[in-house]
Structures are given as structure tokens and as C-alpha cells.
Write a new protein. Structure first.
Length: 232
């Protein structure tokens, strides 16, 4: 069964240089839930496809039914499903690096609401782009894209230690967050535009990434607390 996944990008961030003032309990909880659900998926064997169909978001079904109770449940559960090891690990890496600081600035409860709302908007953006698709959408990276958009607004001068592959050479260099996240977003736009001509990577929901990132940038000021300290 084909699945539309909200994948991460090949860029490998390692850590940022912004210390968190509080323990990121919600961010860690989200990571744990995603991993627990993924390990449960692995245990399903031949029932895996049925599970994805039952709890992923199928755009054509949502377009036909609208915001029913079942579809609202799917909007949430789809954010915690993943299609493979690279899918889940790349998403959790991005969430681990960028989510703690966003949670620190928003507070625990507001961060959770922000994360979910960003994920809902990301999924709706994908449905708007592919309203006739019967391929289930799964993955956390629409919500994580919202976290990235918020991070860009809150910490544009931060540095992201990044693993870069140049031909046969590997380098680790600090990249300004505005460049790292800006290039990430431009890549999603280019791939999303390529999807209009069927040239994008198959099975990746680039418009969910775009929708989530823009949502994060627009919503961050509604959720973030006013800073009272110097930051990177």
C-alpha cells in the first residue's frame, strides 16, 4: 500500500546553541509517544496496512465527510504514525533539536496546542492540494514544520551544528538558523512546485511541510511568551 509520508530532508542537524531554561517535558513526551506508536506498528505484521488505513488521513475521505468526529480523530492519530525507520528517526531528530526551545518560549501547555494546531493546518494544506487522493497521509513532520517555522521567528540568530556531505568529504559546521531553516523551506517549495508536474519525490507530502511551516511562523506570536532574557 502506498502511503504519503511527511518526510524529513537529507540535511542532518546535530544540535543548536540555544540553551533551554526549562525541562522540555512535552517535547520529550511527543517523541516518546511517536516512538512507542512506531514500535507498535512494527508488531502488527500483515495488519500494518489496515492500521494505517484506519488511523491515517485519506484526503478523498476527508473531502467527502468533512470535520466529522472520525475525521477529527484521524487528523490527530495520523500525526503519530510513521512509515519506516528513516521517516520516524529523521522527524524525531528535528523535533529533539528545535522543539525544546520553542516549548521553553511558549510554556508546556501552549506548546502542545501549538504543535497539534500546526499539524492540523499542515494536513489540511495537503488535503487542499490533493483532495481526490486515496493515499493515506501519515507522519509528524507537518507539525514539526510548524515548530521549525516558530524557531525561525524566535531564534533567527541561533547556530545549528550541521553534518554536511561534500562529495566524499564530511564536515560539521555551524549554520545560522535563518539559513538552515530558510533553505529547508525553499527546498519544500521547490519540491512542492515540482509536484505540480509530477517531478517531486513520490510519497512525500511537501505541501503539508509548507503549510505547517507557514502556520508556525504566523501563529508563533500568539503562543510565545514575551522574552525577558538575552538569546542567540
Amino acid at each position: 500500500m502506498k502511503k504519503t509520508k511527511k518526510e524529513g530532508t537529507p540535511t542532518i542537524p546535530l544540535k543548536d546553541n540555544v540553551p533551554s531554561r526549562s525541562f522540555p517535558v512535552v517535547n520529550i513526551l511527543l517523541i516518546v509517544i511517536n516512538l512507542v506508536v512506531f514500535f507498535y506498528e512494527l508488531s502488527l505484521g500483515r495488519f500494518f496496512d489496515y492500521y494505517i488505513l484506519s488511523y491515517g488521513v485519506v484526503p478523498a475521505q476527508f473531502a467527502a465527510q468533512g470535520f466529522t468526529g472520525e475525521q477529527m480523530v484521524r487528523l490527530t492519530t495520523a500525526m503519530f504514525l510513521h512509515g519506516g525507520w528513516f521517516h520516524v528517526l529523521s522527524n524525531m531528530l528535528y523535533l529533539w533539536i528545535f522543539g525544546d526551545n520553542v516549548e521553553d518560549r511558549m510554556g508546556h501547555f501552549k506548546y502542545l496546542v501549538f504543535y497539534l494546531v500546526s499539524g492540523y493546518i499542515a494536513t489540511l494544506a495537503h488535503i487542499f492540494y490533493t483532495p481526490l487522493s486515496n493515499t493515506p497521509l501519515i507522519g509528524a513532520s507537518g507539525a514539526i514544520a510548524g515548530v521549525l517555522g516558530a524557531y525561525l521567528i524566535l531564534f533567527p540568530r541561533a547556530k545549528v551544528l550541521t553534518l554536511i556531505f561534500i562529495l566524499v568529504f564530511i564536515q560539521i559546521i555551524p549554520v545560522p538558523a535563518v539559513i538552515f531553516l530558510g533553505l529547508w523551506f525553499v527546498l519544500q517549495l521547490l519540491q512542492g512546485a515540482a509536484g505540480l508536474t509530477q517531478q517531486a519525490a513520490p510519497g512525500v507530502a511537501f505541501w503539508a511541510h509548507i503549510g505547517g511551516f507557514v502556520a508556525g511562523m504566523l501563529l508563533v506570536k500568539l503562543f510565545a511568551r514575551r522574552k525577558s532574557y538575552a538569546e542567540y
